[in-house]
Each structure stands twice: as structure tokens, then as C-alpha cells.
Design a protein around this ligand. Structure first.
Ligand code: PFF
Length: 473
């Protein structure tokens, strides 16, 4: 058996890899960002374009990234360089591995801040549930006696408290660094194998709860009835960005995880499982959240605060709301951990493979760096609320620090990473190497080649350009 990376680490089984990769894919993107975007973009039309992006563009790219890692057997930059050398191409292609590692590092900085909010809400609802037990009424609604304004005010109170935001951000980032410092086998794999089953049980339980107590019919209609008049280039752009973000594409995350696959091929089936699981979870998250939103007559287009301001209010009026609210935020937290570790793993592997650092040192350096950038993101909600980092750019003219880092990585860096990945695998990588490494059978291989070499570059480039410069349309 060959050592899988410069550090000799690897997954102990195919199941372990799938759990870790699904864990990376399923995160805040599915449970917070997807329902937010679907709600803001009018539901059905966005959802259909999103699903098309996942399967026509995302799935081929998942396979492409895993291929690079599996063939390269080291960090993203080193893996691309190796595949390029085997394909008689120059080492310059490794640049998209570096762009990916920087993007992953930047995403981690704000991801940990948002996960910190989730941690706080899990704490608030957990304390409320304990109180409900103490009162001998464990199945009461959440946050009894608080008006809607008070519940919504909790979010602005939290944003106003820098120490609170810092402590939550630090706790979450600390946990992420701790897991990554322990390594692929004892850190990432263990976290995924314990947390993913818990996640699925919670998710299914909450969807059933929503179906019984909420208005599932209206949620279905909202998510699956398209109103094509809502389909603008900006909506298509955000659907593609969301597909890339949700599948963890364009940041070299799957190159890195793919490099820990020691043996075996059949990467096509594995990729399909990752894409199906991720999309299934996003749709289930919609079917968990919107029945509750509609049952209480709230606005599905509330935006990023939907999960934080709208749902706790809904939990107040619903039976068992105290318990359900606590479980809901625990669910999001679990999903966030298995994703944040994959974000930190990309630069960490780079530090190990390219700089020769120890794993602990590399994880700490990038964890602290992302923590510091995250501090600026969270200050954007209070003392730095007037700062517009890319204010000169019309697209980001009125965007605060966190949303700028989110928007710039999601709208610019991920599509560029995805574009370069598709060109590299579609046109540069040696075809025999690709065929042998992926193990995809001939008819499917031909179809995949068309998608990765033609559809992905053209569609991603078109959506990137029209999204960034809407005035050209
Ligand atoms: N896919 C994650 C989510 O949907 O929350 C976010 C993410 C994780 C993006 C890991 C990129 C990545 F490398």
C-alpha cells in the first residue's frame, strides 16, 4: 500500500471517505444559505435552476476534483502539479490549487463567525429547554413570555455584543483546529462517523415534525412550483454559486479529501452519492423550515435572518417548540463542524505538503489567521458597520465585511476555481490517466467528458461574467 500523502495519511474505508465528503458538503450552505436564497428568489424557479446546476455542472466537477486528489496523493497544489507533469503540462496550473486554498481559508473565517451565532442560539434554546424541564413542562413552546419583537431583538443584541461574538467565534474555531490537528483518521474521519449519523437522525425527525405540525403542502408548492418571471441573471448566478458552495467545489476541498483515498476506483459512483446526499439534505432542509414558516404566517423571504429571527418565533407557538428549537440549532451546529474542518484541512494540507510544517503547526497557523479575519467580519456588525471593503465595486457597494468575504469568495473565487478545474481536467490532463484513475465506464465517461470539457467551462464562464457585470446583458 502506498502512502497516500506526504504525511502518509489516508481514509480507513470508502465509507469513511463518503461520510467525510458528505459531511464537508452538508453544512450552513444547506440549512442556512439554501433556504435563505430560495426564499428570497421566489422558491421554485431558483430550486429548479439550482438542481440543474448541481447535476450538470456540480457533479462533473466533484468527480474532476476527486480525480486530481486521487491521482496526485498530496495537497491540492502538489496534486495538480503532479497530474500536470504526468500530462506533459507546466506546473503553472497549480495556481488554481493555491486560489482554492486561499478561498477555503477566507470562507472559514466567516463560516466560523456564523457558526458562532448558531452556537449561541443552541445555548439560548438549550437553556430554555432546561428551564422548561425544571418547570415540569418539557413540551412547552420556546421562549415563553417573549414578544416577537423581543425574540427578534435577540439577534441585534447578540450583534451588539463584541465579547459574546468573539467568544462564540473562538469556541467554534478552537474546536475546528483541535479536530484538524488530530489528523485525517483520528480527527476528520472520527468526527464524520460520529456526527453524520446524529445529523441525519435529527434532520429526519425535524422534517417529520414540520410535516405534522406545519404546513407542508404550502412548503411543497413554494419550493417546487416555478415562477419563471423570477428568473433573472442574478438568480441564475446565485443558484450556480450556491451549487458550488454547497458541494464544496472550487476551493480544492475535494482534491484534498480525494488525496486521502488510498486504493480502488469507482469514483463516479462515489461522486454521485455525494451530490445526491447534499442536494437531498438541502431540499429536506427546505421541507423542514418552510412548513414551520408558513404555519405561523411568517415571511419566507426574510433573508439571512430567517433562521435566527423567524424560526425561534415559530418555535414559541408550536408544541414542543423548546425542545425542537434546541434540536434545530444543534443540527445546524453539527453540520457546520463537519464542513469547517474540511475548509481548514485545505490550507493545512498545503502547509504540510508544500512548507513541510507539522500538522499541528499548520492547523494552528491557518486557524489563527482565519480567526483574525473573522474578527473583522464580526466587527462589521457593530463597530465597523460602516466599512464597505469593496465599496468601489458596484456589485459590493453596499455590502458589509462578512457579506463581502462571502460574496467575493462565492461569486468570484469559487467560479474561477471551478472554471480552471474544468479546463484542466477536460483539456489538459492525460485522458488515459483520467480514465484509469476514475474507473468510469465508457458511455458514462464520454458523457462526463462532454460535460466537464464543454458545458462546465462555457456555462461557468457565462454565469460568472453576467453575474459580475450584469449591465452587459
Ligand atoms: N459545503 C459547505 C456548506 O454547504 O456549508 C461549505 C463549504 C465547505 C464550502 C467546505 C467549501 C468547502 F471546501
Amino acid at each position: 500500500m502506498v502512502a497516500s500523502t506526504t504525511t502518509g495519511e489516508g481514509w480507513s474505508s470508502r465509507t469513511a471517505f463518503i461520510l467525510a465528503a458528505v459531511g464537508a458538503a452538508v453544512g450552513l450552505g444547506n440549512i442556512w444559505r439554501f433556504p435563505t436564497l430560495a426564499g428570497e428568489s421566489g422558491g421554485g424557479a431558483f430550486v429548479i435552476v439550482y438542481i440543474a446546476c448541481v447535476f450538470l455542472l456540480g457533479l462533473p466537477l466533484v468527480l474532476a476534483e476527486i480525480f486530481i486528489g486521487r491521482a496526485g496523493q498530496t495537497d491540492a497544489v502538489g496534486s495538480i502539479r503532479k497530474v500536470a507533469a504526468q500530462s506533459k503540462a507546466g506546473p503553472g496550473w497549480a495556481i488554481f490549487g493555491a486560489i482554492g486554498a486561499i478561498a477555503a481559508f477566507l470562507i472559514l473565517s466567516f463560516y466560523s463567525v456564523v457558526a458562532g451565532w448558531v452556537l449561541y442560539y443552541a445555548g439560548v434554546l438549550g437553556a430554555d429547554f432546561l428551564q422548561a424541564i425544571g418547570q415540569g413542562d418539557p413540551f412547552r413552546g420556546a421562549l415563553q413570555g417573549e414578544s416577537q419583537a423581543m425574540i427578534q431583538g435577540r439577534l441585534s443584541d447578540m450583534f451588539a455584543s463584541v465579547p459574546l461574538l468573539l467568544v462564540m467565534h473562538l469556541a467554534f474555531m478552537g474546536l475546528t483546529v483541535f479536530i484538524i490537528a488530530r489528523g485525517v483518521h483520528s480527527g476528520i474521519e472520527k468526527a464524520a462517523t460520529y456526527l453524520m449519523p446524529i445529523f441525519f437522525v435529527l434532520l429526519v425527525g425535524l422534517v417529520i415534525y414540520g410535516a405534522i405540525e406545519g404546513d407542508i403542502g404550502e412548503a411543497f408548492a413554494f419550493l417546487f412550483t416555478p415562477d419563471w418571471s423570477k428568473l433573472t441573471p442574478a438568480v441564475i448566478n446565485s443558484a450556480l454559486g450556491q451549487a458550488l458552495f454547497s458541494l464544496s467545489l472550487g476551493v480544492a476541498g475535494l482534491i484534498t479529501y480525494g488525496s486521502y483515498i488510498k486504493e480502488g476506483s469507482g469514483l463516479g459512483g462515489t461522486s454521485a452519492m455525494i451530490a445526491l446526499a447534499d442536494t437531498g439534505v438541502a431540499l429536506l432542509a427546505g421541507l423542514m423550515i418552510f412548513p414551520i414558516v408558513f404555519a405561523v404566517g411568517l415571511d419566507p423571504a426574510a433573508g439571512p435572518t430567517l433562521v435566527f429571527q423567524t424560526l425561534p418565533f415559530a418555535f414559541q407557538t408550536m408544541p414542543g417548540g423548546a425542545l425542537i428549537g434546541f434540536l434545530f440549532f444543534t443540527l445546524i451546529l453539527v453540520a457546520a463542524v463537519t464542513s469547517s474542518i474540511s475548509l481548514l484541512e485545505v490550507p493545512t494540507a498545503w502547509g504540510i505538503g508544500e512548507m513541510g510544517w507539522s500538522r499541528a503547526k499548520s492547523a494552528l497557523i491557518f486557524g489563527v489567521g482565519a480567526f483574525v479575519i473573522g474578527i473583522f467580519c464580526l466587527l462589521g456588525y457593530n463597530v465597523l458597520s460602516d466599512v464597505r471593503p469593496l465599496g468601489f465595486w458596484p456589485l459590493f457597494a453596499d455590502t458589509d465585511i462578512l457579506d463581502t468575504v462571502d460574496g467575493f469568495t462565492g461569486k468570484v473565487m469559487l467560479p474561477i476555481g471551478a472554471l480552471l478545474t474544468s479546463i484542466f481536467v477536460g483539456w489538459i490532463a492525460d485522458r488515459n490517466l483520467v480514465r484509469a484513475t476514475t474507473g468510469v465506464s465508457p458511455p458514462m465517461f464520454a458523457l462526463w467528458r462532454v460535460l466537464i470539457a464543454w458545458l462546465c467551462p462555457i456555462a461557468v464562464a457565462a454565469i460568472l461574467v453576467t453575474g459580475l457585470f450584469p449591465s452587459i446583458l
